[in-house]
Design a protein around this ligand. Structure first.
Ligand SMILES: Cc1ncc(COP(=O)(O)O)c(C=O)c1O
Length: 379
């Protein structure tokens, strides 16, 4: 089955009870047993729920994985990965990453004795300097949020395998429409399904996809033991969202290109971060590992400071000033005061998240309307 077909049919079967074509919302907690343990595969919905299972099978299918696991948020999914480790273990992460992931690593798991190294991975050779016998995981976000840096997943996977270290990739920005990290050698794919997979800004959810039986067993144990699952209604919404992922992503990419090019040619814009530009430092890697370049763009207005950036995002009419990304509607954000405020200023500026940086999540509206809105806000 090819990708577009998988988004609709992958891992799905018609409902066993009445043949419903779309998996129903099993808003159910518990399941009748004829004798203790005598059930039809479902006992209690923290452990298994038919709607969540349909989603998990779909997630596995579109990422070319064997196992999918859905959680109550992207951070709950990352939290489940962290619970694989113990005090003394070390994790190497991209230095430019979602602020909430950074906060979970440094404010929660460092207190449990896990050590994190934040490393610029545009040059993968940097990673080797931090690997030692305690290293257990390499955490990669690519494209990175919000600087749109690209990390060569295949090259990092080679390093991870050489040192018997796990590789996890946050595939939220790219989605499996653009890149499939398990195929490139990663062990775990993580998603904030809140974003493109759900696609309609109406659900918060996280997901993990793996191939390895043993790793899947451990993660399913943590999912059930810690209980950070998502509900049936949310599972239904993301399952529905995935069915149009390919056509939404195609438009996100087309609009992303049009707006990135518009901004790059605008006399009042100093810098545009988008991996589709030939002069992007990792454009060749983006071309190699991604099918297209996505709808996330960051930019810096010329000679601007914190207040100038705020003025622009406040003036936007069609773009909504809001946290999050990946929905059908275009959003604008100011990372320094919003998504990345939990990263200390000195740390975030080291990776380029300066006060004047603006991040756009390009939706699937008409690109001309979005450009008109940017034109009036930039002035
Ligand atoms: C790249 C990335 N990873 C993880 C997360 C966390 O996901 P959630 O908000 O669903 O917990 C986000 C949220 O913005 C994100 O952008």
């Amino acid at each position: 089955m090819k990708f577009n077909t998988k988004t609709i049919h992958g891992g799905q079967e018609h409902d066993k009870a009445y043949g419903a074509v779309m998996t129903p919302i099993y808003q159910t907690t518990t399941y009748a047993q004829t004798t203790p343990g005598g059930h039809k595969g479902y006992e209690y919905s923290r452990t298994h729920n038919p709607t969540r299972n349909a989603l998990e099978n779909g997630l596995a299918s579109i990422e070319n994985g064997k196992y999918g696991l859905a959680f109550g948020s992207g951070l709950a999914a990352i939290d489940a990965i962290m619970k694989l480790f113990k005090p003394g273990d070390e994790i190497i992460s991209t230095s430019d990453l979602y602020g909430g992931s950074y906060r979970l690593f440094t404010k929660v798991y460092e207190d449990f004795g896990i050590k994190f190294h934040f490393v610029g991975m545009e040059n993968v050779a940097n990673i080797e300097n931090y690997i030692n016998s305690n290293t257990k995981l390499i955490w990669v976000e690519t494209p990175t949020n919000p600087m749109m840096n690209i990390v060569d997943i295949e090259a990092v996977a080679t390093i991870a395998k050489t040192h018997s270290v796990l590789l996890a990739v946050d595939n939220t920005f790219a989605t499996p429409y653009l890149q499939r990290p398990l195929d490139l050698g990663a062990d775990i794919i993580m998603h904030s399904a809140t974003k493109y997979l759900g696609g309609h800004s109406d659900v918060v959810m996280g997901a993990l996809i793996v191939n390895n039986d043993d790793l899947a067993k451990k993660l399913y144990f943590i999912q059930n033991a810690s209980g950070a699952i998502c509900g049936p209604m949310d599972s239904f919404l993301v399952l529905r969202g995935i069915k149009t992922l390919h056509i939404r992503m195609q438009r996100h990419c087309e609009n992303g290109r049009a707006i990135a090019e518009y901004l790059a040619n605008h006399p009042k814009i100093e810098k545009v971060y988008w991996p589709g530009f030939e002069n992007h430092p990792n454009h060749e890697i983006a071309k190699k590992q991604m099918g297209d370049f996505g709808g996330m763009i960051s930019f810096i207005p010329k000679g601007s400071n914190y207040d100038d950036a705020i003025k622009i995002v406040e003036k936007l009419q069609l773009f909504t000033l809001a946290e999050s990304l990946g929905g059908v509607e275009s959003l604008a954000g100011h990372p320094a005061s919003m998504t990345h405020a939990s990263i200390p200023k000195t740390e975030r500026e080291k990776s380029g998240v300066v006060d004047s940086l603006i991040r756009l999540s390009i939706g699937i509206e008409d690109a001309e309307d979005l450009i008109d809105d940017l034109a009036q806000a930039i002035g």
